[in-house]
Design a binder for this molecule. Structure first.
Ligand code: ADP
Ligand code: GLC
Length: 476
């Protein structure tokens, strides 16, 4: 089975969040399932610069305002097709933001171009390679389905994965032309969304199958609370929507071999890492649990609730170490807090190696997200014996076994879940954390369970492979 995965980020080359990890991990996970997956990426400097032995496999005279080529090559073990279009992608820094921290004004066209190339490869192939399935991720790939309608590729099937429905890829209807869209399809049954153009909606309307990254989020998407205005459409397409849980890269996230920490294979190895993390973050020694957070700092992640729940953290003698960046108001609130509270330490920025040391050194991780399609950090935490304290939503509901009396009785618990997603409920969860922390045997049991929980890609890779096979079986 030949699949072309279409995405705007891919670890380790370019990453702003979990999307990149998933796109980067799927090809290797699927190779064992008989799926050949190539990844189509925009030619940002970080991508074109990493390509080894690149060769041009397609040239396009006018790709949304300039000439372009599609390059084929390997980078970081990934088999890539890269849209080399300097007028769109040769820009430094974030894949989405200009130097002023705002979205590039031509983002709709930039990712329309990515989607256009995907459709063109579906129709014409690349050096004789013809994908049977186009698998698009998030709004950046949405228009591929729209463009495919006017290409000659009747055999090619499409999958759209929703990693985060909060980003719909909106554009003003004035841009119909520049986005090369068929104006006759700008209506509520097409890609029109509340009076604007939506790339995500184009994908969700037109793709043969929809997936999202956890079973619970698949359910949540059908509700007004989580559907962000697309819930009606999702309800219509419910039969075509599957929730397939993300995995994590269990080689990159393996406490027994992790080169950035003092490696360990049982939780007995954590205290050394905790001591090192405290020293690195400038936190004093303490008998209480060291809670960590590694996160984008946005409304989604509920970090404002942590500020409010701080009295509970103090009450259990806990400490907090945070690594993250994002919303300036949240960043400064945490800066203020750390300046006044010796038991709170923060690092504003993005630091892959420190994120590993946080997982190894933390006793617990806090993930109080208002919504979380899957979430990866709670899975890293499980593997590192760091007890997740998570909101009961999306993938957080599907990956953590709450330490309820029943789960504790059968010794199955791996963490703590709370609902509703409020500061009060988070405070309650922290009090439960404190109580478990004091019962050393129970705590050790939870850590053991957490570390034993499967968090790799095996099962989900099988689910994707089965999905492609089903789609393939329907082609003539
Ligand atoms: P989302 O994609 O919504 O941000 P996920 O939990 O799926 O949430 O993925 C976030 C990814 O980004 C994880 O790999 C996490 O470790 C990483 N990450 C987030 N913030 C930072 C940071 N400041 N430094 C290093 N890694 C980070
Ligand atoms: C999105 C979601 C996150 C998910 C990631 C990878 O960024 O916010 O929950 O884990 O995509 O699917």
């Amino acid at each position: 089975m030949r699949v072309l995965s279409v995405a705007s980020e891919c670890a380790p080359l370019v990453k702003t969040g979990g999307l990149a990890d998933v796109v980067g991990a799927l090809p290797a996970a699927l190779a064992g399932q008989g799926v050949q997956m190539r990844v189509l990426l925009p030619g940002y400097p970080a991508v074109t610069g990493a390509l080894a032995d690149a060769r041009a496999v397609l040239s396009i005279d006018d790709l949304f305002g300039g000439p372009a080529r599609v390059l084929a090559g390997m980078a970081a073990g990934l088999d890539l097709l890269v849209v080399d279009a300097p007028h769109l992608f040769q820009r430094p820094g974030s894949p989405y933001l200009g130097p002023d921290g705002r979205d590039w004004p031509d983002n709709p066209e930039r990712f329309a171009a990515l989607s256009w190339v995907a459709a063109q490869i579906a129709a014409d192939g690349a050096e004789g390679w013809h994908p049977q399935v186009l698998h698009g991720h998030d709004w950046q790939a949405g228009f591929m389905v729209e463009y495919l309608r006017r290409m000659d590729a009747p055999q090619v099937r499409t999958v759209m994965t929703i990693h985060n429905i909060a980003f719909s890829g909106p554009a003003d209807p004035m841009r119909l032309d520049s986005l090369r869209l068929d104006p006759a399809r700008f209506h509520s049954e097409g890609y029109e969304y509340w009076g604007r153009i939506s790339a995500l909606k184009a994908g969700l309307i037109g793709a043969d199958v929809l997936t999202t990254v956890s079973p619970t989020y698949a359910e949540e998407l059908t509700t007004p609370e989580f559907g962000m205005g697309m819930d009606g459409l999702i309800r219509q397409r419910r039969a075509d929507l599957r929730g397939i849980l993300n995995g994590i890269d269990t080689d990159a996230w393996n406490p027994a071999t992790d080169p950035t920490i003092a490696p360990y294979s049982t939780a007995a190895g954590k205290p050394a890492n905790r001591t090192a993390l405290r020293a690195e973050m400038g936190l004093p020694e303490s008998d209480g649990p060291l809670c960590v957070i590694v996160s984008r700092m946005t409304d989604q992640k509920g970090l404002d609730l942590v500020l409010e729940a701080l009295p509970a953290l103090r009450a259990i003698g806990g400490q907090l170490a945070l690594l993250g960046s994002g919303d300036p108001a949240l960043e400064s609130a945490f800066r203020d807090l750390a300046a006044h509270d010796p038991d709170v330490a923060i690092r504003i920025g993005y630091d892959e190696a420190l994120s590993h040391r946080m997982m190894a050194g933390g006793d617990a991780i806090l993930v109080p997200s208002r919504f979380e399609p899957c979430g990866l950090t709670q899975m890293y935490a499980l593997r590192y014996g760091t007890v997740p304290v998570v909101a009961l939503t999306g993938g957080l509901a599907d990956t953590v076994i709450n330490a309820s009396p029943a789960a504790l009785a059968v010794r199955a618990a791996t963490g703590i879940q709370f609902a509703p997603v409020t500061a009060d409920a988070l405070s309650g969860a922290l009090m439960r954390l404190g109580a478990l922390w004091r019962q050393k045997k129970v705590w050790a049991r939870i850590q053991r369970n957490a570390m034993a929980q499967p968090v790799g890609w095996e099962e989900s890779a099988r689910a994707y492979a089965a999905l492609y096979a089903e789609l393939g079986a329907t082609t003539g």
